[in-house]
Design a protein around this ligand. Structure first.
Ligand code: 5AD
Ligand code: SF4
Length: 475
């Protein structure tokens, strides 16, 4: 039975995962921190920045929260359920604090930003509340909290991109890494809390992005995912007298692709209104830019899209899907969909289903609407779709997507894909797992002992489920 909120969230398997960097021997540090990340990939990436800042002030990472001097939860506010999960986790940590009263507990990320000092009143266990733009001040906040005071910094910034900080790769497979290229969001989709928790959009210096990607490649990584809430609006004006032209996302993609043909490039997330032909042609031009676009639609009804402030119509979105397929017929497309937004009629729900059927998504992240305090929708519209109706609509959306995912995988039977080996499959050490350019997970037996994670292989697909392709290595 599917989770009622979402059938599949991004990196669901990693939610709340505890991290410890491989390369850092905690014995070299005077104190230990433990961090769990929730929510989107951006939070996981931010935790790596936090790890770097803490390492510089003498904290090594541990996987065992019972031995930690500092326990951090990097939190998500996107839906109410995400916040409930964190509150439950804080409750679990009560025991840890009883056993180790000196341990400090900090809440980072979106929930810290949304609730600010109020979180300290609501959750007595919490010693520190730190918003997403305030991580540089963490060492000072820890010192403050060590004196027994509660420490809060939730200031948002118009400039902070942490461009100069080399993230400490946490629990990494050594092959794939996230690279943040921008922060914040200016879009103001009416349902979304992100513009309030992550602030104004700002892009990171192109050179620091390229340097980070090159460094990853030189250290054996074979894939980078460029991360931002809205990557297509990336915009960087180089700070040099001869630079007259800003760097666009298409140009950034090209520069990263040119680092080495063996370095795969992915990106997320694209806003349909901003993804340009330039981006699509750049993707088509370079083999190592993966043919996969996460293009959240949210709803298939133009009226609902308008209420959501998405700034495109159903027809405009569908034309974008057509354009992607025209330029890259083999491109994978995935989406985010919200069921039961304010005032959504049954007919408008059907519009979402028909748009999904037309777009033939390989994968979708599906949610029912969860009103978030302070958002435009919370202020302007009534959350008037009864919960059981939302859940039934979500069920229908999930059913259709599951069927389409299976069909999409069945179409791949008999095809051969270039796969980047990421590691052992979850189920068996006798099998590798890796993804194709279209971002589909592929599992296949280890037949050639000279292959290692990071190798590229061609895999012929012989079987599939709705979630995985299964095959064999071919020459
Ligand atoms: N309720 C339900 N889903 C939401 N999302 C964002 N805000 C909400 C909300 N209030 C979904 C959108 C977005 C994804 C990251 O989360 O589909 O694209
Ligand atoms: Fe939220 Fe819309 Fe920005 Fe995505 S684009 S983070 S949904 S406001």
């Amino acid at each position: 039975m599917l989770d009622v909120t979402t059938q599949k969230i991004q990196d669901e398997s990693r939610q709340g995962e505890a991290y410890a960097p491989f390369e850092n021997d905690p014995n070299n540090y005077s104190k230990k921190f433990y961090i769990e990340s929730y929510g989107c990939q951006m939070n996981f990436s931010d935790s790596e920045i936090v790890a770097s800042i803490l390492a510089d002030s003498g904290f090594g990472a541990t996987r065992n929260y019972e031995e930690a001097d500092l326990i951090l939860l990097n939190t998500c506010s996107i839906r109410e359920k995400a916040e409930q999960t964190v509150r439950k986790r804080l409750n679990d940590l009560r025991k840890v604090k009883d056993n180790n009263p000196g341990a400090l507990i900090g809440v980072l990320g979106c929930m810290a930003e949304r609730l600010k000092a109020k979180l300290l009143e609501e959750e007595k266990l919490v010693d520190m509340v730190v918003g997403p733009d305030a991580y540089r001040t963490l060492p000072g906040l820890v010192e403050e909290a060590e004196t027994g005071q509660k420490a809060v910094n939730v200031l948002l910034s118009r400039e902070e991109t942490y461009a100069d900080i080399s993230p400490v790769r946490l629990d990494s497979n050594g092959i794939t890494a996230f690279v943040s290229i921008m922060r914040g969001c200016n879009n103001m989709c009416s349902f979304c809390v992100v513009p309030f928790t992550r602030g104004r959009e700002r892009s990171r210096d192109t050179q620091s992005i390229i340097a980070e990607c090159r460094n990853l490649f030189e250290n054996g990584y074979k894939e980078v995912t460029l991360l931002g809430q809205n990557v297509d609006s990336y915009y960087w004006l180089p700070n040099s007298p001869e630079a007259v032209k800003p760097v666009t996302f298409a140009e950034l993609l090209e520069q990263v692709a040119l680092i080495d043909p063996d370095l795969r490039v992915r990106f997320s997330t694209s806003h349909p209104k901003d993804i340009t032909d330039d981006v699509l042609f750049t993707m088509a031009k370079y083999e190592n830019i993966c043919k996969y676009i996460h293009l959240p639609v949210q709803s298939g009804s133009t009226r609902v899209l308008q209420l959501m402030n998405r700034t495109y119509t159903r027809e405009w979105y569908l034309a974008k899907v057509d354009r992607i397929r025209e330029i890259m017929p083999d491109c994978g497309i995935s989406s985010d969909i919200i069921a039961g937004f304010c005032t959504e009629t049954e007919e408008e729900h059907q519009d979402t289903l028909s748009l999904m059927a037309y777009s033939k998504y390989d994968l979708s992240y599906m949610f029912f609407y969860s009103e978030r305090p302070g958002t435009l929708a919370a202020r302007r519209y009534t959350d008037d779709i009864p919960e059981e109706v939302k859940k039934r609509r979500l069920d229908e959306i999930v059913k259709l997507q599951n069927q389409m995912s299976l069909e999409s995988n069945q179409k791949d039977l008999g095809k051969t894909f270039k796969v980047l080996i990421e590691g052992n499959s979850k189920k068996s050490d006798a099998d590798w797992k890796g993804r194709n350019s279209q971002n589909k997970m592929i599992v296949f037996p280890k037949t050639n002992p000279s292959l290692t994670p990071g190798s590229y292989v061609n895999v012929l697909i012989t079987e599939c489920t709705g979630a995985t392709l299964i095959g064999n290595i071919v020459d």
